[in-house]
Ligand binder design. Structure first.
Ligand code: GLP
Length: 241
Protein backbone atom coordinates (compact mmCIF):
# COMPACT_ATOMS: atom_id res chain seq x y z
CA UNK A 1 0.00 0.00 0.00
CA UNK A 2 1.34 3.41 -0.94
CA UNK A 3 0.33 6.07 1.59
CA UNK A 4 0.51 9.75 0.64
CA UNK A 5 -0.16 12.27 3.40
CA UNK A 6 -0.83 15.84 2.29
CA UNK A 7 -1.76 19.07 3.99
CA UNK A 8 -5.35 19.54 2.98
CA UNK A 9 -8.28 18.71 0.66
CA UNK A 10 -6.93 20.74 -2.25
CA UNK A 11 -3.57 18.94 -2.19
CA UNK A 12 -5.30 15.56 -1.84
CA UNK A 13 -7.42 16.38 -4.89
CA UNK A 14 -4.36 17.42 -6.91
CA UNK A 15 -2.49 14.21 -6.01
CA UNK A 16 -5.54 12.07 -6.72
CA UNK A 17 -6.10 13.70 -10.11
CA UNK A 18 -2.47 12.93 -11.02
CA UNK A 19 -3.00 9.22 -10.28
CA UNK A 20 -6.25 9.11 -12.28
CA UNK A 21 -4.84 11.06 -15.21
CA UNK A 22 -1.79 8.84 -15.43
CA UNK A 23 -4.07 5.85 -16.00
CA UNK A 24 -6.18 7.72 -18.58
CA UNK A 25 -3.13 9.03 -20.46
CA UNK A 26 -1.45 5.61 -20.51
CA UNK A 27 -4.60 3.86 -21.66
CA UNK A 28 -7.10 6.06 -23.52
CA UNK A 29 -9.55 3.13 -23.51
CA UNK A 30 -9.30 2.47 -19.77
CA UNK A 31 -12.19 1.31 -17.61
CA UNK A 32 -12.57 3.71 -14.71
CA UNK A 33 -14.33 2.75 -11.49
CA UNK A 34 -15.75 5.99 -10.11
CA UNK A 35 -17.13 7.17 -6.79
CA UNK A 36 -19.48 9.82 -5.45
CA UNK A 37 -19.53 11.73 -2.15
CA UNK A 38 -18.02 15.13 -1.49
CA UNK A 39 -14.41 13.90 -1.53
CA UNK A 40 -13.93 13.43 -5.30
CA UNK A 41 -15.69 16.66 -6.34
CA UNK A 42 -12.53 18.78 -6.56
CA UNK A 43 -10.61 15.95 -8.23
CA UNK A 44 -13.33 15.75 -10.89
CA UNK A 45 -13.05 19.53 -11.41
CA UNK A 46 -9.32 19.13 -11.98
CA UNK A 47 -9.96 16.34 -14.50
CA UNK A 48 -12.36 18.64 -16.37
CA UNK A 49 -9.78 21.45 -16.31
CA UNK A 50 -7.16 19.07 -17.68
CA UNK A 51 -9.56 17.91 -20.42
CA UNK A 52 -10.21 21.52 -21.46
CA UNK A 53 -6.63 22.75 -21.20
CA UNK A 54 -4.64 19.70 -22.30
CA UNK A 55 -7.19 17.90 -24.45
CA UNK A 56 -7.10 14.61 -22.54
CA UNK A 57 -9.89 12.65 -24.18
CA UNK A 58 -12.43 10.25 -22.65
CA UNK A 59 -14.04 9.27 -25.95
CA UNK A 60 -12.93 5.65 -25.57
CA UNK A 61 -13.09 5.53 -21.76
CA UNK A 62 -15.77 3.50 -20.01
CA UNK A 63 -16.91 4.35 -16.50
CA UNK A 64 -18.46 2.14 -13.84
CA UNK A 65 -19.77 3.74 -10.69
CA UNK A 66 -19.66 2.04 -7.34
CA UNK A 67 -23.19 2.48 -6.14
CA UNK A 68 -26.62 4.05 -6.41
CA UNK A 69 -29.46 4.79 -4.03
CA UNK A 70 -32.32 2.33 -4.30
CA UNK A 71 -35.53 3.79 -5.67
CA UNK A 72 -34.01 6.81 -7.42
CA UNK A 73 -34.17 7.12 -11.21
CA UNK A 74 -31.00 8.32 -12.97
CA UNK A 75 -32.74 11.66 -13.61
CA UNK A 76 -33.47 12.23 -9.90
CA UNK A 77 -31.37 15.21 -8.71
CA UNK A 78 -30.17 13.27 -5.67
CA UNK A 79 -29.24 10.11 -7.52
CA UNK A 80 -25.58 9.26 -7.91
CA UNK A 81 -26.09 9.07 -11.66
CA UNK A 82 -27.21 12.72 -11.65
CA UNK A 83 -24.26 13.61 -9.39
CA UNK A 84 -21.81 12.10 -11.87
CA UNK A 85 -23.38 13.92 -14.83
CA UNK A 86 -23.18 17.18 -12.93
CA UNK A 87 -19.68 16.86 -11.46
CA UNK A 88 -17.80 15.02 -14.21
CA UNK A 89 -19.51 13.63 -17.29
CA UNK A 90 -20.96 16.95 -18.51
CA UNK A 91 -17.46 18.45 -18.49
CA UNK A 92 -15.60 15.78 -20.46
CA UNK A 93 -16.10 14.02 -23.80
CA UNK A 94 -17.12 10.61 -22.42
CA UNK A 95 -19.86 8.93 -24.50
CA UNK A 96 -23.09 8.42 -22.58
CA UNK A 97 -23.31 4.81 -23.77
CA UNK A 98 -19.97 4.19 -22.03
CA UNK A 99 -21.25 5.45 -18.67
CA UNK A 100 -22.46 2.81 -16.22
CA UNK A 101 -24.10 3.35 -12.84
CA UNK A 102 -26.00 0.59 -11.02
CA UNK A 103 -29.72 0.86 -11.78
CA UNK A 104 -31.39 1.90 -8.54
CA UNK A 105 -34.88 1.97 -10.01
CA UNK A 106 -35.17 -1.44 -11.63
CA UNK A 107 -35.85 -4.96 -10.39
CA UNK A 108 -33.16 -5.48 -7.75
CA UNK A 109 -31.78 -8.92 -8.56
CA UNK A 110 -31.80 -8.20 -12.28
CA UNK A 111 -29.96 -4.89 -11.74
CA UNK A 112 -27.33 -6.60 -9.56
CA UNK A 113 -26.86 -9.54 -11.98
CA UNK A 114 -26.55 -7.16 -14.95
CA UNK A 115 -23.93 -5.10 -13.15
CA UNK A 116 -21.88 -8.13 -12.11
CA UNK A 117 -21.91 -9.36 -15.70
CA UNK A 118 -20.82 -5.93 -16.94
CA UNK A 119 -17.93 -5.83 -14.46
CA UNK A 120 -16.84 -9.35 -15.40
CA UNK A 121 -16.73 -8.30 -19.07
CA UNK A 122 -14.97 -4.97 -18.39
CA UNK A 123 -12.11 -5.33 -15.90
CA UNK A 124 -11.56 -2.06 -14.07
CA UNK A 125 -8.15 -0.43 -14.54
CA UNK A 126 -8.47 1.95 -11.61
CA UNK A 127 -11.12 2.05 -8.91
CA UNK A 128 -11.54 5.35 -7.10
CA UNK A 129 -12.86 5.09 -3.54
CA UNK A 130 -13.85 7.43 -0.75
CA UNK A 131 -14.43 5.98 2.69
CA UNK A 132 -17.38 6.28 5.04
CA UNK A 133 -16.79 7.41 8.62
CA UNK A 134 -17.67 3.82 9.60
CA UNK A 135 -15.12 2.41 7.13
CA UNK A 136 -17.52 1.57 4.30
CA UNK A 137 -16.32 1.52 0.70
CA UNK A 138 -18.96 1.99 -1.97
CA UNK A 139 -21.98 1.25 0.21
CA UNK A 140 -20.47 -1.91 1.68
CA UNK A 141 -21.41 -1.30 5.28
CA UNK A 142 -19.62 -2.90 8.27
CA UNK A 143 -20.34 -6.63 8.37
CA UNK A 144 -20.44 -7.04 4.57
CA UNK A 145 -18.63 -10.19 3.42
CA UNK A 146 -15.32 -9.68 1.63
CA UNK A 147 -16.66 -12.15 -0.98
CA UNK A 148 -19.65 -9.96 -1.81
CA UNK A 149 -20.51 -8.95 -5.38
CA UNK A 150 -23.02 -6.28 -6.46
CA UNK A 151 -25.95 -6.41 -4.03
CA UNK A 152 -28.60 -4.37 -2.32
CA UNK A 153 -27.78 -3.17 1.18
CA UNK A 154 -29.68 -1.50 3.98
CA UNK A 155 -27.84 1.67 4.91
CA UNK A 156 -26.79 2.23 8.52
CA UNK A 157 -28.47 5.14 10.26
CA UNK A 158 -25.02 6.78 10.67
CA UNK A 159 -24.40 6.60 6.91
CA UNK A 160 -27.80 8.15 6.13
CA UNK A 161 -27.01 10.86 8.69
CA UNK A 162 -23.55 11.50 7.15
CA UNK A 163 -25.04 11.71 3.67
CA UNK A 164 -28.08 13.83 4.60
CA UNK A 165 -26.01 17.02 4.12
CA UNK A 166 -25.91 16.23 0.40
CA UNK A 167 -29.72 16.18 0.18
CA UNK A 168 -31.81 19.29 -0.51
CA UNK A 169 -32.73 20.23 3.03
CA UNK A 170 -30.20 18.06 4.87
CA UNK A 171 -32.87 15.85 6.47
CA UNK A 172 -32.14 12.18 7.12
CA UNK A 173 -35.74 11.26 6.17
CA UNK A 174 -34.99 12.21 2.56
CA UNK A 175 -32.04 9.80 2.32
CA UNK A 176 -33.08 6.42 0.89
CA UNK A 177 -32.85 3.49 3.30
CA UNK A 178 -31.27 1.12 0.76
CA UNK A 179 -28.70 1.21 -2.02
CA UNK A 180 -27.21 -1.01 -4.69
CA UNK A 181 -23.44 -1.30 -4.44
CA UNK A 182 -20.58 -3.13 -6.08
CA UNK A 183 -19.41 -5.76 -3.61
CA UNK A 184 -16.02 -5.86 -1.94
CA UNK A 185 -14.95 -8.69 -4.22
CA UNK A 186 -15.77 -6.57 -7.31
CA UNK A 187 -13.68 -3.73 -5.87
CA UNK A 188 -10.77 -6.06 -5.12
CA UNK A 189 -10.69 -7.17 -8.75
CA UNK A 190 -9.74 -3.69 -9.98
CA UNK A 191 -6.13 -3.59 -11.21
CA UNK A 192 -5.40 -0.49 -9.15
CA UNK A 193 -7.28 1.14 -6.27
CA UNK A 194 -7.11 4.83 -5.31
CA UNK A 195 -8.67 5.73 -1.96
CA UNK A 196 -8.95 9.38 -0.94
CA UNK A 197 -9.95 10.52 2.55
CA UNK A 198 -10.04 13.96 4.11
CA UNK A 199 -11.19 15.20 7.48
CA UNK A 200 -11.04 14.13 11.10
CA UNK A 201 -14.11 11.90 10.84
CA UNK A 202 -12.13 9.59 8.54
CA UNK A 203 -9.17 9.21 10.94
CA UNK A 204 -10.43 6.06 12.69
CA UNK A 205 -11.21 3.97 9.59
CA UNK A 206 -7.94 5.18 8.01
CA UNK A 207 -6.03 3.95 11.06
CA UNK A 208 -7.59 0.50 10.71
CA UNK A 209 -6.99 0.44 6.95
CA UNK A 210 -3.32 1.42 7.26
CA UNK A 211 -2.25 -0.09 10.60
CA UNK A 212 -5.01 -2.35 11.87
CA UNK A 213 -6.16 -5.93 11.46
CA UNK A 214 -8.26 -6.89 8.47
CA UNK A 215 -11.86 -7.06 9.69
CA UNK A 216 -15.33 -6.97 8.15
CA UNK A 217 -16.15 -4.38 10.86
CA UNK A 218 -14.14 -1.92 8.73
CA UNK A 219 -14.82 -2.93 5.10
CA UNK A 220 -11.97 -0.78 3.73
CA UNK A 221 -9.49 -3.03 5.56
CA UNK A 222 -10.08 -5.64 2.82
CA UNK A 223 -7.77 -3.47 0.69
CA UNK A 224 -4.79 -4.65 2.77
CA UNK A 225 -4.80 -7.73 0.50
CA UNK A 226 -4.76 -5.74 -2.76
CA UNK A 227 -1.39 -5.51 -4.49
CA UNK A 228 -1.73 -1.98 -5.91
CA UNK A 229 -3.46 0.49 -3.59
CA UNK A 230 -2.71 4.20 -3.31
CA UNK A 231 -4.18 5.91 -0.23
CA UNK A 232 -4.19 9.72 -0.24
CA UNK A 233 -5.13 11.40 3.04
CA UNK A 234 -4.98 14.89 4.41
CA UNK A 235 -3.41 15.62 7.82
CA UNK A 236 -6.74 15.38 9.64
CA UNK A 237 -7.55 11.93 8.23
CA UNK A 238 -3.98 10.86 9.05
CA UNK A 239 -4.12 12.26 12.60
CA UNK A 240 -4.36 8.85 14.34
CA UNK A 241 -1.49 7.25 12.39
C1 GLP B 1 -21.10 7.60 0.37
C2 GLP B 1 -20.63 6.81 -0.84
C3 GLP B 1 -19.21 6.36 -0.67
C4 GLP B 1 -18.34 7.52 -0.21
C5 GLP B 1 -18.83 8.01 1.13
C6 GLP B 1 -17.98 9.13 1.71
O1 GLP B 1 -21.57 6.79 1.38
N1 GLP B 1 -21.45 5.68 -1.12
O2 GLP B 1 -18.74 5.83 -1.90
O3 GLP B 1 -17.02 7.12 -0.12
O4 GLP B 1 -20.14 8.48 0.92
O5 GLP B 1 -18.47 10.35 1.30
P1 GLP B 1 -17.74 11.73 1.47
O6 GLP B 1 -16.68 11.75 0.45
O7 GLP B 1 -18.81 12.74 1.20
O8 GLP B 1 -17.22 11.78 2.85
Amino acid sequence: MKLIIVENYEEASVEASKVMLEVVKNNPAANLGLATGSTPIRMYELMIEDHKENGTSYKDIKSFNLDEYFGLEASHPQSYHYFMNKHLFSGIDIKLENVHVPNGAGEIQESCDDYNKLLAENPIDIQLLGIGSNGHIGFNEPGTSFDSVTHMIELKESTRQDNARLFFDGKIDDVPTHAITMGISNIMQAKKVLLVACGENKAEPIKVLVEGQKTTDVPASALQDHSDVVVIVDKAAASLL
